[in-house]
Design a protein around this ligand. Structure first.
Ligand code: WTA
Length: 663
């Protein structure tokens, strides 16, 4: 395959590096013997799911969730692709994460928190329950009710989980916005969700700086967001912020006189638990809508199957609550199974690149889950950092967010895992709600760079352009899920049609289209090759090229922009922008001052993660005669590679010289 194949992006690089990868890592004996799911159990689960798909999920839902009213109907496909699971049951997510643990493990630590400055805090299940009830009562006291949307814009502090659970307790639908997103992004999300309240903080600590969350909220609300009635402000950084007494309430004031009891709002299984905005192929992020019961079920079973969670584990997932991983594997999953989770507020390199490893040592972390970009960045800083710390408590490692290159996998395995910890490379998406393709670590061997096999009850496959299954090994195709599963997204908020078109359109409702390309090797192991749409994966964060382009063209000097991904050793993908200005093109296509200005501009429009790494200015973009921008060509140019594609369909071939920075 050439880089010009139908799947574009980083496909060639991934295939080249992973095709030679035939190392196999069986589970260490001790690990396999003690695992929640042993080889025979896994085979049984796979068999049950195959024989009676709905029965398989129904059994698990009865077993794993506490129901206020048990369900009798498992899967309703009558309005496909708007599937419903367990829809006549009633439950509450916060009850399943808190109340049901109180009798058996009320004094067990639920959350261990460490701030960037080193402050720590521990909350038992009972204390967490109390805080959630008080805050939920506080929300009710200002009129928030079932079905209302509440935007959470907080740093990585326990209150983020408390806010999520309090919303769930009263049936309000939360939508967490990543603290790194700008006021403009926050505003777009508030408006799309029609939220009535924002929960934020004076500021958060990250990278040695204060993130001005309240100031950004004020800015967002100054330009619109008419639906917002209240802003709840958590005191975290303790610096001065503007308070609008008509609208803003301090968190501590809100909970001051609230009782410790709050009866859960029993909701239908399908009641939306949350919305989470994520990038797609257009300039407008999609509000992915998740259900209550189905979502929680997959969160729970994957904690048991993939993370092999045990009662005495100290579990740390480094994701921010602003991403789906921070929902399923920082908050709902670990709490629903009654585990002790660790939460860290800050950056991995403060005060130095040993911070993660120091935290693992200090808190005796046993399960550690992070992103390949963090692994690569820390690997680059050298082994001396992890080697300074005692990492012997770690027994299982995980990765998520992008393909992990075998070199980083081996470093993780050797230097962090000391060769005795399995690595679970978990493939999933905001839309899937929970791990889909991932190792069951005590029951199978892993391979560096492969997310291995689909979990029981998940029917993943690879198809060609026409939707035919690809059975031959090592042939790339579209990754699809052939059957609905409980934690699947239910729709895109306010946009059913986009939901249908994006995920079900290509194969006419037959398969869920994940948006990734993949291949399977001769043992059936999946290898993810990259996105097939115009979505970049920058440091494990999804970002639409169209979003960055829209931000660029919103600048008064910019006439046109095209953005592509460029392979980056640490970030996975970096952002390369080609810009056509309204005025004169700068000499040689370079203008450092303007580039700086545009980078800052994009940071303000979206957030710092979206700032282009490089900008090249041209008089035009390479277009076909029908006006379509040839992005593949731009990708080749961004990589600094020679153009081998056919350029005869280009309307303006001469522009290539300029785009390559040659004139
Ligand atoms: C990519 C993150 C390879 C993939 C949970 C997917 C991965 C997108 C992996 C979803 C993995 C996630 N190996 N690629 N283990 N995990 N991806 O919605 O392209 O932020 O479609 O969810 O990340 O990103 P999202």
């Amino acid at each position: 395959m050439s880089s010009d194949n139908m799947f574009g992006n980083n496909v060639t690089k991934n295939i080249e590096s992973t095709l030679q990868e035939d190392r196999l890592f069986p589970p260490p004996d001790g690990f396999a013997a003690a695992a929640n799911i042993k080889k025979t159990t896994l085979a049984e689960l796979q068999q049950q799911a195959k024989q009676d798909y709905e029965g398989f999920w129904a059994n698990l839902a009865h077993q794993e969730l506490n129901w206020q009213h048990a369900f009798s109907a498992t899967l309703d496909s009558s309005n496909a692709p708007h599937f419903r699971w367990f829809y006549d049951g009633q439950l509450n997510a916060s009850y399943n994460c808190l109340d049901r643990h109180l009798a058996s493990r009320g004094d067990k630590t639920a959350i261990i928190f460490e701030g960037e400055k080193g402050d720590t805090q521990q909350l038992s299940y009972r204390q967490l329950h109390t805080k959630v009830c008080q805050f939920a009562n506080g929300l009710k006291s200002i009129g928030i009710k079932k079905g209302d949307r509440v935007v959470i814009y907080l740093p990585m502090v326990p209150e983020a989980a408390i806010a999520m659970l309090a919303c769930a307790r009263i049936g309000a639908i939360h939508s967490v916005v990543f603290g790194g997103f700008s006021a403009e992004s926050l505003k777009d999300r508030i408006e799309d969700a029609g939220a009535v309240c924002v929960i934020t903080a004076d500021g958060g600590h990250r990278g040695g700086k204060i993130i001005e969350l309240k100031a950004a909220t004020d800015k967002a609300l100054a330009n619109g967001c008419q639906t917002i009635n209240h802003v709840i402000v958590l005191q975290r950084s303790h610096h001065d912020v503007a308070i609008d007494t008509q609208r803003d309430i301090w968190w501590h004031t809100l909970v001051e006189n609230q009782t410790e009891h709050c009866e859960p709002e029993w909701v239908n299984s399908e009641h939306p638990l949350f919305l989470l905005y994520t990038s797609g192929s257009t300039g407008k992020p999609k509000g992915i809508q998740h259900s209550t019961a189905g979502y929680l079920l997959n969160a729970i079973v994957t904690m048991k199957w993939v993370f092999d969670i045990k009662d005495d584990d100290i579990y740390w997932c480094t994701a921010d609550v602003g991403w789906v991983t921070g929902h399923t594997y920082v908050t709902y999953g670990p709490l629903a199974v009654g585990s002790t989770l660790l939460m860290y507020e800050g950056a991995p390199i403060i005060p130095d690149a040993g911070r993660f490893w120091k935290i693992c040592q200090d808190h005796k972390v046993s399960i550690f889950y992070t992103a390949p970009t963090a692994i690569r960045a820390l690997m680059k800083q050298g082994d001396q950092h992890p080697n300074r710390y005692d990492l012997s408590s770690i027994r299982l490692l995980g990765t998520v967010g992008e393909p992990i290159n075998p070199e980083a996998w081996m470093w993780y395995h050797t230097v962090i895992g000391k060769k005795h910890c399995p690595i679970v490379d978990t493939w999933w998406q905001t839309e899937t709600g929970a791990n889909m393709i991932a190792p069951v670590p005590g029951a199978m061997a892993t391979k560096p760079g492969s997310c291995t096999l689909a979990l029981p009850g998940i029917d993943a496959d690879i198809v060609d352009e026409a939707g035919n299954l690809i059975t031959a090994p090592n042939q790339g195709g579209y990754l699809v899920i052939k059957k609905p599963w409980p934690s699947m997204l239910r729709t895109i908020w306010n946009d059913d049609q986009r939901y249908i078109d994006t995920y079900w359109g290509k194969f006419e409702g037959k398969y869920y289209l994940a948006g990734d390309s993949a291949r399977r090797d001769d043992q059936g192991y999946f290898w993810i090759m990259g996105r097939i749409d115009d979505v970049l994966n920058v440091s494990g964060h999804r970002l639409g090229t169209m979003e960055v382009e829209s931000a660029l063209v919103a600048h008064p000097d910019v006439a046109e922009a095209a953005v592509v991904g460029k392979p980056d050793d640490i970030k996975g993908e970096g952002i390369f922008a080609f810009v056509v200005l309204k005025g004169q093109r700068p000499e040689n296509g370079i203008d450092d001052m303007l580039t700086q200005e545009l980078r800052t501009w994009v940071g303000e429009q979206i957030g710092a993660i979206a700032k282009p790494d490089a900008i090249r200015y041209a008089d035009n973009l390479p277009k076909t005669r029908s006006g379509k921008i040839m992005r593949r060509l731009l990708r080749t140019i961004a990589k600094g590679e020679k153009i081998t594609q056919d350029t005869s369909t280009l309307e303006n071939e001469a522009i290539l010289e300029q785009l390559q920075g040659k004139s």
